[in-house]
Structure formats: structure tokens, C-alpha cells
Design a protein around this ligand. Sequence first.
Ligand code: HEM
Length: 362
Amino acid sequence: MNESVIDEVVRDTAGRLVVHRHADVVAVADDPEAFSNAASSHLQVPNGLDGPEHAAARRLLDTFFTPDELVPLAPVLEALAAGLVDEAGADPFDAVEVGARYAVRAQSAWLGWSAALEPELLDWVAENRAATRSGDRAWTARVAARFDAIVRGLLEARRGSVAGDDVTSRLMAQRDASGRAWSDEEVVSILRNWTGGDLSSLALCAGVVVHWLAEHPEHQHHLRDAPDPALDAAIDEILRIDDPFVSNRRVATRATVVGGCPVAAGEHVVLDWRRANRDPQVVGDPDVYDPEANAPHNLVYGTGPHVCPGRGLATLELRVLVRRLLCAGTLVLDRSAPAQRESAPVAGFRTVPVRVVRGTPQ
Ligand code: HEM
């Protein structure tokens, strides 16, 4: 193996292959026959499924994310974002903390969960991130079990009551073509994956976007009044530059080659979305903001059959929050308390202290 080949595929501290070149990440994500998603021993619906089983699950679950499903949610999110921005007033606030609070409220509204769960869910988000940061697998497992217990309690409370038409009730009532309903274990797994995607990632995304905008005030002005597609494209590009969603795993189903490096059957391969999004061979200078040119290469929401089903929801949530912040005034970093970076394997920021300078935005 020559030096450049070693450089194209690296190994992490657990000895797993990490692909980080854009072309290699796309090649692995787009080849589910050679690279299976059954990389965990836990039931993961739909993440851990492959082939027809995965496609069937996605056909059912993607119905919860259609534009028709999301339209009625927009005014609810707008009210939540307005409440949070008003609460902050002119005082400094932590954009990651506000992002987490917004994510919990938005998700509870979407799934039909009680607002009374907010303190518990916020605490869970914080513990989940701390456990991930620590690399302590026993702690991560305890945090996962804690979430399962919260969800099982919600399902139990719904059973026997008149079926509502919120997303959680509809998921519980969903049937496939043969009339089979999701098992309890599957419902818990689906809600865990939806929530994992939403709560942790959204708070981190909010931190990254707010930080970048505060550092680039010249973009705040035109994005404030930009049409939705332009604001969405800007947010996607900011997240490409500083992607807080780090990686996912696959397992090789047969001996193969990736990035010029041999991979044995059964070997685990890590897709490094963050580095792939900054591959200079594809995007040139990775820090240059160019939404139009870089959109076709953007991997923030993944690619291939496992591409993020929640992209439309996340895009809507982020657009509503960011627009509300921009319309309130000018976002400036609170220089008395510098933003703190997260530590690996979590990316993005731990805290982003900012404030909104009210009045007519400049
Ligand atoms: C907040 C920003 C978000 C980011 C950056 C993000 C990113 C991603 C990425 C990169 C993948 C691909 C994983 C892979 O190929 O293994 C993915 C998959 C997934 N995401 Fe998201 N996501 C976000 C929000 C959401 C939301 C809001 C939901 C649902 C409520 C969600 C649910 C999922 C699920 C269930 C999968 C697995 C899909 C499958 O395996 O078929 N995500 N996400």
C-alpha cells in the first residue's frame, strides 16, 4: 500500500476502517449489497435493516415526513421559536441550549408528547451527549435504556385510551400490506431513531448555524428576507462547512476494496460525513461558502438508501428557528464567554453564547 492509499482510508482507535474521501463515502453508502447496515447487535428500525426489509420499512415510515404532513407543523414551530426568542430578550443566551429546548418542544408537538416531559427529555439529551463524548459503552447503553423506558411509558399510557391522531398514535396503529402492526420493540426503536436524529443533531445544528452567522454578519442581512429555498440552501451549506453529524457505520458483506484499501468480509467501515463534506477534491477550499456550487455534493443528510428520512422536518425546524432569530435583530457572539467546541466523537459546539441586538437589523 503506498502512502497516499494509507491516507485515503484510515483506522480509528478501535481499529475500524474510516473512509473520509467524498468519493469513497458515497461509494460505500451507495452499495448496500457490499456494505450492510446490520452493524449493531441491537434492533434498529430502519437504520439497521438491509434490502427489501429496509425498503418496506422506509415505505411505511416515510409517509410521516411527506410535505403534506409537515405543512400543518409550520405554524406550531413558528410559535415555539417566537416564544424562545422572546424569552431570550436582549440577554446573552446559549444557542445550543436554546436549540435543544426548541428541538424537544418541536418534537413533542410533532409526536403528540406532553410538554411535561420537557425537563426529562432535556436532561436525556445532555446525558446522551456526555455519554457519547465519554466513549463509555456501558454508560451509552444505560442512556439508551433510559430513553426506551420513557418511550415505553408513553406507549403504555396510550394503550387502552381512545386512539388519537398524533404521529405516535398513528405509528402504533400503522399496518403493512399484510395487516401486520409494528411490535412494541420496533415502535420503541423507530421512536429512538427519530428522536436521536432530531434532539441531539438539531441542537448541534442550531449551534453551528448561529455561530457561523454571528461570525458572518454580512450574510445575516440578505438571509433574513431570503425566500425559504435560499435560506434552506444557506443552512445546508453552513452545515456542510462544519457538519455536527459525524459518522455512521457499515459492515462489509464480502471481501472488497474501498479507496484502494482491501476490506475483509465482516470488517466494520465508518463513513466520515464530516470530512467527506470538506473534501478539497470536491469542494475546493472547504471553508468557502458557496451554497449553489456545493449543494450537489452536500452529504449532511447522507446519501443512498439510508439517506435521512427526517431531512424535510429538520430543514423546516432549522429554517423557522433561524429566521425568527434573524428577524429579531442582529446575532452577535458574546465575547465575554467564548463559544466552546464539543470534543470528539461529538462535533459542533458545546456552547455558543450569543445575543440578539434588537432594533432594525443592519
Ligand atoms: C437535525 C439534523 C439531521 C441530520 C444532520 C441528520 C443526518 C442523517 C444522516 C447523515 C443519515 C444517514 C445515516 C446512514 O447512512 O447510515 C440519517 C439517517 C436517518 N435519520 Fe437523520 N438527520 C437529521 C435529522 C433527523 C430527523 C429530524 C429525523 C427524524 C425525526 C431523522 C431520522 C433519521 C433516520 C430514521 C435515519 C435512518 C434512515 C435509514 O437507515 O433508512 N434524522 N440522518
